[in-house]
Ligand binder design. Structure first.
Ligand code: 13P
Ligand code: SF4
Length: 339
């Protein structure tokens, strides 16, 4: 059970030693309890820059792991629901990524450079970091991929194939130079894989592949003059029909800048869209379709309260020291590009 008075009392007692981070896709009543609200990367940076002893991340597992990898000595990261995973991250398990990396290395005679989407587990980020690779987010995927393509090595983009495809199109990479791995990371066509400049992992986010081109057509019919923005994890055919595509932070900016009276149709997680609809009463913000992330939804206010009562060890997120060190290298390369 959630008790607001108890929450307020504990929150006041712990004071600056506690930082509560809430991802935009969380339930609105969880977001309301966050000290900082943001996308996965912004929140991890908040964690890294904070001096709080206890960092509570209301989000999914790869986000808690990223915060734990970036946390300083004396800081501990907790999740109200540590079992909240991300199916997209889980579609790129370390063993499969390593196997594909080794196969490509053998085929080409040199290691590919891994660009790993932030939606991957810490061990995959660590493999990237240890082999000269880099992390990207949906917000900087184009810039990071541009940097990676200039390094003169074959690029292996893990985990979201739609993000990789959408970013590659912006950069004008010839589709003939791109090859796709099977969903389990198998190289199906050795000749194509050996000659490709860009190799895409075949992961996807069910929340965003739910969006279909007909939904965009229907929205335009229902809201003449509306602007449609979708997340780049959406399929290419949907991105093509939208006015804009944007990361979580990019979507927030787009809604903010739309101005009073505008209608913005948004193709991303429904909790975020409905919360913005309520926050911006002077414009209409509507979901392209109601698509919910059940993993984000599994965090509740009661679970958040139960963490801050006594910070139980089973809610603590830890990453082995060597994995954290290598993952930090891949994250740092990304920060160096965007800072
Ligand atoms: P952000 O990295 O933009 O927060 O997105 C996370 C996510 O899970 C997108 O589906
Ligand atoms: Fe993972 Fe998709 Fe949920 Fe984001 S919305 S946490 S990518 S399942």
């Amino acid at each position: 059970m959630f008790d607001q008075t108890e929450f307020n009392n504990i929150r006041r007692k712990i004071g600056k030693d506690l930082l509560i981070l809430a991802h935009h896709y969380q339930r609105p009543d969880v977001v309301a309890l966050g000290d900082k609200i943001g996308d996965s990367l912004a929140l991890s940076r908040e964690a890294a820059e904070s001096t709080a002893k206890y960092i509570v991340f209301a989000g999914v597992r790869f986000m808690g792991e990223t915060a734990a990898a970036l946390a300083g000595p004396g800081q501990s990261v907790y999740m109200p629901e540590p079992m909240a995973g991300c199916p997209l991250a889980d579609m790129a398990p370390f063993e499969d990524v390593k196997q594909a990396f080794d196969t490509l290395t053998t085929l080409r005679g040199e290691q590919p450079l891994i660009v790993t989407y932030v939606n991957t587990n810490a061990d995959v980020k660590a493999l990237a970091g240890a082999t000269g690779g880099i992390v990207c987010t949906s917000g900087n995927a184009v810039n990071v991929l541009k940097w990676a393509m200039k390094q003169g090595r074959q690029v292996m983009f893990v985990s979201d194939q739609n993000l990789g495809t959408n970013a590659a199109r912006v950069l004008g990479i010839n589709p003939g130079e791109i090859t796709k791995l099977s969903v389990t990371g198998q190289v199906e066509n050795e000749k194509a894989a050996a000659s490709a400049r860009l190799v895409l992992w075949n992961g996807y986010c069910h929340v965003h592949t739910f969006f279909r081109p007909e939904m965009v057509a229907r929205a335009r019919e229902q809201y003449p003059g509306c602007k449609v923005i979708v997340h780049p994890e959406a399929p290419r055919e949907v991105v093509d029909l939208a006015d804009e595509w944007g990361s979580t932070a990019g979507i927030v900016k787009f809604i903010e800048q739309a101005g009073p009276g505008a209608t913005v149709v948004v193709g991303t997680e429904v909790n975020m869209v409905t919360r913005f609809a309520q926050n911006y009463k002077d414009r209409r913000v509507v979901p392209l379709a109601p698509s919910l992330c059940p993993n984000m939804w599994s965090t509740t206010r009661s679970k958040l309260l139960s963490v801050i009562r006594d910070f139980p060890e089973n809610k603590r997120i830890t990453v082995p020291a060597d994995v954290a060190r290598n993952a930090r290298q891949a994250l740092q390369r990304m920060f160096d590009i965007q800072d």
